[in-house]
Design a binder for this molecule. Structure first.
Ligand SMILES: *Cc1c(COP(=O)(O)O)cnc(C)c1O
Length: 412
């Protein structure tokens, strides 16, 4: 039901060159990998009218958005700021879908004013929407099919305790609101979590959503969200999107017969499109041998890369400075003043102080989740595009840290 990844390759000489040119820590992204992933997904669903919207919360640099726009992708956004970034990056309003959760109605109103597609996941907001716009503005509804999916509870959104979506058991209430306000419901949506490996879980969720879809006559599209799992370590499995494409094609062709006409289907991957395109480079500051462990302490921390501490995420590490040397066991840690571990008991080519380590799968949810904790500056981001490397956001400087602070007179 899934595919296995064997090796994690990286052009060590090129990455070392970039680490010297731009300094470390450094995020590096490669557009050719983004393009490969986008085209792979497009191809898997090519028998259907398929729209892929890049979920830009994974990596939101405007150049990355512009690149996906150039490939023909739409954009999935979760905040008004992401909507603005999308418009700034060249997407037209109808290419942007706004899928917020627990935002104020005022934020939804702003998105309507910008003309983007609206996806609502709460009955009380839907009523306010009906009150304000009636049938004058189309709306998509996010359903919660209550399937347990995803790598861990922090990234699962479809289960019974989840704050996301309108329960499929509230269908009658949803229809009542839709009828009273004569809502123009033109899309149905689900997004049940991240790191869903099993194609059957997807298909189960899709079936539940399609049952709901039969209750709405004016649909133009059905959005199946995301959750595609990528491989994080050698031997790791990833979602078999080709198999999913075949199964979905069959499912949808049957559905279209029942529904009476064809609809567009949409997906909104973040991780699948950008995770593998990214490399995070860091310098080894110290090797610290304690009674129990050998620590490799690097010049970054959970402020730049929170996934291991937050999600127990595994990220593969290559010692770019000592490829092919004998492996030793290390615990790789950051410089933040609290426990800040990137890898526990990991076998890595012997590490020496001054070596450059490369973390793989650094495209999604690294820079996007970074902070200034410990008053550390955010690193630079570099984009490799058509054989050239470009600085796409500069390293922060000390002035940036103070730029939003206002000093007040404190002498009584
Ligand atoms: C986060 C999110 C996504 C992207 O999830 P990935 O696991 O990165 O593919 C898609 N849709 C919505 C609504 C999201 O919140």
């Amino acid at each position: 039901m899934s595919k296995t990844k064997q090796a994690f390759a990286v052009d060590a000489d090129y990455m070392l060159k970039l680490s010297q040119k731009y300094g470390t820590p450094l995020y590096v992204y490669d557009t050719s990998v983004m393009e490969k992933q986008y085209k792979r997904l497009k191809k898997a669903f090519s028998k259907l009218d398929t729209q892929i919207n890049y979920a830009c919360k994974a990596l939101s640099n405007t150049n990355v958005l512009r690149f996906f726009h150039s490939l023909g992708a739409g954009l999935d956004t979760v905040s008004i700021e992401e909507v603005q970034l999308g418009l700034h990056s060249g997407f037209s309003p109808d290419q942007i879908i706004f899928t917020p959760n627990c935002v104020s109605f005022d934020e939804i109103r702003q998105a309507v004013e910008l003309g983007v597609r609206i996806n609502i996941d709460n009955l009380s907001i839907l009523e306010q929407f009906g009150n304000t716009y009636g049938n004058s503005y189309p709306v998509c509804v996010r359903m919660n099919p209550h399937i347990m999916a995803g790598g861990n509870t922090k990234i699962s959104t479809g289960h019974i305790d989840s704050k996301f979506g309108i329960s499929i058991h509230q269908m009658r209430h949803l229809q009542r609101i839709a009828e009273s306000y004569k809502l123009n419901i033109n899309g149905l949506h689900m997004h049940t979590g991240s790191d869903i490996l099993d194609v059957d879980v997807f298909i189960n969720g899709a079936n539940l959503l399609l049952d709901c879809a039969l209750q709405f006559n004016d649909l133009e599209y059905i959005d199946f969200g995301s959750g595609f799992k990528v491989a994080y370590k050698p031997g790791d499995m990833e979602t078999d999107v080709e198999l999913l494409g075949e199964r979905m094609t069959e499912l949808m062709e049957n559905f279209f017969v029942e529904y009476g006409r064809k609809l567009t289907i949409e997906f909104e991957p973040g991780k699948f499109l950008v995770s593998e395109s990214g490399y995070f480079l860091a310098d080894v500051n110290v090797i610290k041998q304690t009674t129990a462990t050998v620590f490799a302490g690097i010049n970054t921390g959970l402020n730049h890369f929170i996934r291991p501490m937050f999600y127990d995420a595994y990220h593969h590490i290559t010692n770019l400075s000592n490829i092919g040397a004998n492996e030793r066991v290390y615990t790789v840690v950051g410089y933040i003043c609290e426990t800040d571990t990137f890898a526990w008991d990991r076998r890595i080519s012997e590490i020496r102080e001054g070596d450059i380590l490369c973390f793989h799968n650094a495209g999604a949810y690294l820079y996007a989740m970074s902070s200034n904790y410990n008053s550390r500056l955010k690193p630079a981001e570099v984009l490799i595009h058509k054989g050239n490397d470009y600085l796409i956001s500069r390293r922060q400087n000390f002035e940036d840290l103070l730029s939003t602070q206002i000093e007040i007179p404190l002498n009584n």
